[in-house]
Design a protein around this ligand. Structure first.
Ligand code: ZN
Length: 237
């Protein structure tokens, strides 16, 4: 059974209730969830599932299950075993997720400041990186930092847009990231638009306004191979 993805419509939702659908060694499946599963370079969410009797199950990671829109919540090894059908209170580790949202949205800006094909990426709560197919000598930390922070200071409300697979196929230039396939499903693709700055397919969680990123700093620029020049960033705070 597909899981209703509450984070897709509202990335700011921190708590919700849900029913247990299945429990296996691989993870816990719910009828709806706040927890973003690892994907598109973004780390899976963590948090807590609370039973009606107050017992708490710590969720250490979230992964995609088999089949579209099936989500596996990975519980810490010790803890109560949940029963299918029971109702739970879901609580996200919001501080961690919000950092992921700010860093993830910052990578969208980075991909506009550095105009080269993106060949890889990763987002953790502490730092994020994109790999570009570009000459290393063209990447200057100070310039990248200044340009990215200028966009952040400008501020812009982000928007989610849906288009059909056929519409995306007709506009291949929208796909900047060669390493991650656009999040297709049921014939439609989700795009993130930052008006006047960026438009690209993305299934991740983003801040509502890029001003919320506040500021980034470039941690490292290095070569990870012929087509992978890596730019690693962190939040200023
Ligand atoms: Zn995104």
């Amino acid at each position: 059974m597909p899981t209703e993805l509450l984070f897709r419509d509202d990335a700011y939702l921190r708590s919700a209730s849900a029913r247990v659908v299945a429990v296996s060694e691989r993870g816990i499946e719910l009828d709806r969830t706040l927890f973003y599963p690892q994907g598109g370079g973004q780390a899976g969410d963590s948090g807590v599932l609370q039973r009606a009797n107050g017992e708490r199950v710590t969720i250490v990671d979230t992964r995609k299950g088999e089949g579209p829109e099936r989500i596996l919540h990975i519980a810490a090894p010790s803890g109560p075993t949940l029963q299918p059908g029971e109702t739970l209170a879901l609580e996200l580790d919001w501080a961690r997720r919000y950092r992921l949202m700010r860093l993830h949205t910052a990578l969208h800006l980075l991909s506009c400041v550095i105009t080269a094909p993106v060949t890889g990426g990763n987002i953790t709560p502490d730092k994020a990186r994109l790999d570009f197919d570009i000459e290393l000598s063209l990447l200057h930390a100070e310039h990248i930092e200044r340009e990215t922070n200028a966009l952040i200071a400008r501020g812009a409300a982000t928007e989610t847009v849906w288009i059909t697979d056929a519409e995306l196929d007709a506009q291949p230039e929208l796909v900047k990231t060669m390493s991650v396939q656009p999040p297709r499903g049921a014939g439609r693709v989700r795009l993130l638009r930052i008006p006047g700055i960026d438009l690209q397919p993305c299934g991740g969680t983003h801040v509502a306004d890029i001003a919320e990123i506040e500021g980034i700093r470039v941690l490292k620029i290095r070569s990870e191979g012929r087509h992978n020049k890596r730019v690693e960033i962190a939040l200023q705070q």
